[in-house]
Design a binder for this molecule. Structure first.
Ligand code: MTE
Ligand code: MO
Length: 259
């Protein structure tokens, strides 16, 4: 089942590549060695046109009114990471926090919370659905992920964005960080954001302070909390267990957790 789903997304991604090709076909026509051309193109950052194509025409998740915000929003998974690195950051009120953005990017980034808060922000009231059978409506405020990715100049060769978290989870070989990944459609989706506030208050430790992902068309386990690093990659192979997420590796959860 998960293979089938991934294949459907692969086909969609191939479509994106095709569109990128279309945008560049004027130049391609005069180049005799297509292999060489492809090599050059994969080192270029995503064109403005392709970014626009990824941003536009995507289905939005439903948004709710302030009156519909749940009085309590359950905590789930890790709620207070105990590893030394996170504890030290938390004790300094995240003043030393830096979000690392690297991998297949032209301009790697190291961004403080203050820098992230200076970027244009967005708020949305959405419903979070956990596979364990509960839902809650909350208001999220943060920086749209596409703005951070554009700043980092994601390269044409990138296919996925991987979110590595501070919290460590049990694994066959001791411990492994929680992590998640999404494709470029979800990464450039207008509602996909790095949230630093919830219900008009700074994001609480239990909900993933200082920064968590909101990818609103997917289930709860894709909403990575405690993000330490964002990586652009061409393949999920060789990234931790290779299935694109902690629960995907540990329990065979679907990589594409569409609602
Ligand atoms: N880093 C990290 N992110 C995580 C988890 C986790 O254990 N660690 N749990 C996931 C699951 S299963 C859910 S339902 C949501 C819970 O978010 P909440 O605690 O804000 O309700 O976070 C997701 N993101
Ligand atoms: Mo969940």
């Amino acid at each position: 089942m998960s293979r089938l789903r991934i294949n459907r997304r692969t086909a969609l991604r191939a479509g994106v590549g095709g569109f990128g090709g279309l945008l560049l076909s004027g130049c391609d026509a005069v180049v005799s060695a297509p292999g060489a051309r492809r090599l050059v193109r994969s080192a270029e950052s995503l064109s403005f046109g392709l970014q626009r194509a990824l941003l536009s025409g995507q289905r939005l998740a439903r948004e709710f009114s302030p009156a519909q915000i749940s009085p309590t929003f359950r905590l789930n998974g890790s709620v207070n990471p105990q590893n030394a690195e996170y504890v030290a950051l938390r004790e300094a009120n995240f003043s030393n926090y830096r979000l690392i953005v690297d991998g297949l990017v032209g301009s790697p980034q190291s961004l403080s919370l203050a820098q992230l808060m200076l970027l244009p922000s967005r708020s949305q009231i959405t419903r979070h659905d956990c596979v364990e059978g509960w839902s809650a409506i909350g208001k999220w405020t943060g920086v749209p992920l596409h703005l951070v990715l554009a700043r980092a100049n994601v390269l044409h060769a990138a296919r996925f964005i991987v979110f590595e978290c501070f919290d460590l989870k049990p694994a066959a070989a001791g411990v492994t960080p929680y992590y998640e990944s999404i494709d470029l459609f979800d990464a450039f989706h207008p509602q996909t954001m790095l949230a630093y506030a919830m219900n008009d208050a700074p994001l609480a430790v239990g909900h993933g302070a200082p920064l968590r992902l909101r990818v609103e068309r997917q289930l709860g386990y894709k909403q990575a909390k405690y993000i330490r690093r964002i990586r652009a990659v061409a393949t999920l192979e060789g990234i931790f267990g290779g299935n694109g997420g902690y629960w995907e590796d540990a329990a065979g959860y679907e990589w594409y957790a569409g609602i």
